[in-house]
Design a protein. Structure first.
Length: 94
C-alpha cells in the first residue's frame, strides 16, 4: 500500500482531519473520498480508512462503507479488512 497523506490542517480530538467548507466543519477524509468517487456520500455511508490512520486523507486508503462495516473493521483491524479486499480483487482481476 502506498504511503498515507496526512492532513496538514486542523484535527479533532481523535486525530481526524477537519476542514471548513461554506461554514460547515467536515471530515477531510470524507471529502477526499467524495472527490474520488465523484459524488457525495449518502447519510448512511461512511468513509472507511483501510490504513487505520485517522489523519490520512489519501483517497486510495479510503473505502465507502456503512457504520456496521466500520465497527467491524475497528474490531478486526484495518489490515485484516484490507487483506480481505485485496484477496477479493485478486480473485476477480487476476
Amino acid at each position: 500500500m502506498e504511503e498515507c497523506k496526512l492532513w496538514p490542517g486542523g484535527k479533532d480530538k481523535d486525530g481526524y482531519g477537519r476542514v471548513k467548507i461554506h461554514g460547515r466543519d467536515l471530515f477531510a477524509h470524507r471529502i477526499a473520498l467524495e472527490i474520488k468517487i465523484g459524488r457525495k456520500l449518502n447519510r448512511d455511508e461512511v468513509a472507511m480508512h483501510l490504513c487505520d490512520n485517522p489523519p490520512c486523507f489519501n483517497p486510495n486508503h479510503l473505502k465507502v462503507g456503512n457504520a456496521r462495516e466500520n465497527k467491524q473493521m475497528e474490531r478486526d483491524g484495518a489490515e485484516t479488512l484490507a487483506n480481505k479486499l485485496l484477496s477479493g480483487w485478486k480473485d476477480i482481476y487476476l
